[in-house]
Design a protein around this ligand. Structure first.
Ligand SMILES: [Mg+2]
Length: 435
């Protein structure tokens, strides 16, 4: 059966079951508090052997949810969700998402709670504000400890660069996000336009934008890096300023390089060309802005320019690894779990980022990263996904039910085989449940 631990107690529901060995702590995957926090299993008495009949009884109890209504936490698998097109569309919850969250919280036939996190390429607000939005949309509390947005990994670069240009988002929000990450000197396109409105001939700052933009001379300033935190609200002026800097002498505003290879590095928080919004057709995203920048920069420099461009977000493996560290912390702080996972179910709607990234990290990881594609967002029924998921389902609710059922069937099979003294892969492990 599944390796489960009581949600609020330190005793294991499976105490005594021989199919549930203590889980070794993986020092690579367990960080900070996880490395020192006592495992719920450490206070358990030594397991004793039980019979196959005992296991069947336990399985029956779980199936019926007949163990007094207590919730138990699955410690061998977790879920990670993309948001737009999976849980939310156009600012409104996808109806099945509400039910899916209930199932994860233990409202299921097995009475188990499934730890889960959220990993979106979206951004433009602080993680706290995004979590408040998502909590309101899903009707339940979402905490920052279980949430990563496109620019979250950028906080790890705050010490590397002194003066940075932050692009995208509404008003001053992304400047505040960057400052909250610890960036010391944050410039916005508004600051540059306020300094010299000829930079963007067709862009007129509103009275509010003018008041919020900071006056500075720029005569001695060097822009050390450009961070595109969120979708641009004015592509023409933002691209103009990014191209100016990419063609500048070492990031000095108003200068022009002769080699076009000394501009500051540019970091995009993700690469998605399109995303699923309220409109019935997908909408242009940050990846489209990047493509436009690249084409214009190439044209203006006769193909000789060199821009140093990087991207965070899905499908970058580093973003999934960042998510893995957050997941480890979340399992410990929220659920008291320590130890390695077996399976991470990732649910997304975009083959090029969600599925591609999940499949890639699966290749690089000891854990089984299991990609699930839903049909409520970018991917639509009838198309052939450019990156093949392990399974395709209609909605996020189907995705949640699929993984839980798969885990329970796999672990039931494993427990039965172990009780019978068998080893090696079981037939169920290679069953045709997956596409
Ligand atoms: Mg999406």
């Amino acid at each position: 059966m599944a390796e489960l631990r009581s949600h609020r107690e330190s005793t294991s529901f499976f105490e005594g079951a021989p199919s549930l060995p203590e889980v070794a702590v993986d020092p690579v995957k367990t960080v900070n508090s996880a490395a020192t926090a006592p495992s719920p299993s450490q206070s358990m008495s030594k397991p004793h052997r039980c019979s196959f009949a005992d296991l069947q009884t336990i399985a029956s109890q779980i199936a019926k949810g007949s163990h007094g209504g207590d919730k138990h936490v699955a410690d061998s698998f977790v879920y990670a969700f993309d948001i737009d097109g999976v849980l939310v569309r156009g600012g409104k919850p996808i109806p099945e998402a509400i039910e899916a969250m209930r199932v994860l919280d233990g409202d299921n036939e097995y009475n188990i709670v499934v730890p889960h996190i959220f990993l979106t390429n979206g951004g433009g607000k602080t993680e706290e504000e995004r979590c408040r939005d998502l909590s309101r949309q899903l009707g339940r509390e979402i905490k920052t400890g279980q949430f990563i947005c496109g620019h979250t990994p950028m906080r790890e670069m705050a010490e590397r660069y002194k003066t940075v240009l932050v692009v995208g988002g509404e008003g001053e929000k992304c400047r505040h996000v960057a400052e909250g990450y610890g960036f010391k000197d944050v410039v916005t396109p508004g600051d540059i336009i306020k300094h010299n409105e000829a930079v963007a001939p067709f862009r007129k700052l509103t009275a509010e934008e003018y008041a919020n933009s900071r006056r500075r001379s720029f005569s001695r300033d060097v822009i050390d890096a450009i961070f595109v935190f969120a979708d641009s609200r004015d592509w023409a002026s933002d691209i103009q300023i990014m191209v100016d800097l990419a063609m500048s002498q070492g990031g000095r505003i108003g200068t022009l390089s002769t080699t076009f290879d000394e501009g500051p590095p540019i970091y995009f928080s993700h690469n998605d060309v399109v995303w699923s919004a309220a409109h019935e057709q997908v909408r242009l995203g940050m990846g489209a802005l990047r493509r436009m920048f690249e084409v214009i920069f190439s044209d203006l420099t006769g193909g000789k320019g060199k821009a140093r461009i990087h991207a965070f977000g899905k499908p970058q493996v580093s973003t999934f690894e960042f998510a893995s560290r957050l997941m480890s912390d979340w399992r410990t702080t929220e659920h008291g779990l320590v130890g390695s996972l077996k399976t991470v179910y990732f649910v997304g709607d975009t083959p090029e980022s969600d599925i591609r990234g999940t499949n890639a990290v699966n290749e690089a990881s000891d854990d089984d990263w299991y990609s699930i594609l839903v049909k409520t967002g970018v991917y639509q029924e009838g198309n052939t996904p450019t990156y093949e998921p392990r399974v395709t389902v209609d909605t996020v609710l189907d995705a949640v039910k699929h993984g839980i059922k798969r885990e329970m069937e796999r672990n039931e099979s494993g427990g039965r085989r172990k009780a019978l003294g068998l080893s090696g892969p079981s037939l169920e492990d290679s069953s045709a449940i997956d596409s």
